[in-house]
Write a protein that binds this ligand. Structure first.
Ligand code: FES
Ligand code: FES
Length: 148
């Protein structure tokens, strides 16, 4: 089935099984920045942005992306380099597996209106990290929001 959507700002047409998992589809397009952690919608490592909201791509069927505005970490990194800089400056990563999902979730944060430290903490709670202890990630997001 043909599916049309915007992917990282470019109109895209795919001939795919609409029941295919979005995580597998984007990685199959060489967008391998999107990572699989738990594979069951719990950890946030696979987060993509769909119409401005964070979505766990491991539990998202690609057919639901038809006509949507979809961003992966590759597109976010190009569009929002200052957000990447905040994660680098605050050292908001260690092994890096969770990092693309953390950054994509942070990119979507303005659309949900989290604007203070407590709201940011609640908003980012769906993105798990085994390494950092979270504070540097939260500092990176706070830093990004303060400068934008
Ligand atoms: S890999 Fe999708 S939420 Fe964990
Ligand atoms: S940096 Fe390793 S899981 Fe977050």
């Amino acid at each position: 089935m043909k599916i049309n959507f915007s992917l990282n700002g470019k109109e895209t047409e795919l001939d795919v099984d609409p029941m295919a998992v979005a995580l597998d589809v984007v990685r199959g397009l060489s967008l391998t920045g999107t990572k699989e952690g738990c594979g069951v919608g719990v950890c946030g490592a696979c987060t993509i942005m769909v119409n401005g909201s964070p979505v766990s791509s491991c539990i998202c069927l690609v057919g639901t992306l038809a006509d949507k505005d979809v961003w992966t970490i590759e597109g976010i990194a190009e569009k929002m380099p200052e957000l990447i800089d905040s994660f680098v400056e605050e050292e908001g990563m260690q092994c890096g597996i969770c990092t693309p999902g953390q950054i994509v979730a942070a990119a979507a944060i303005e659309s949900v209106g989290a604007s203070n430290a407590e709201e940011i903490k609640k908003y980012m709670a769906g993105n798990l990290c085994r390494c950092t202890g979270y504070q540097t990630i939260l500092s990176a997001v706070e830093d990004h929001l303060a400068v934008n």
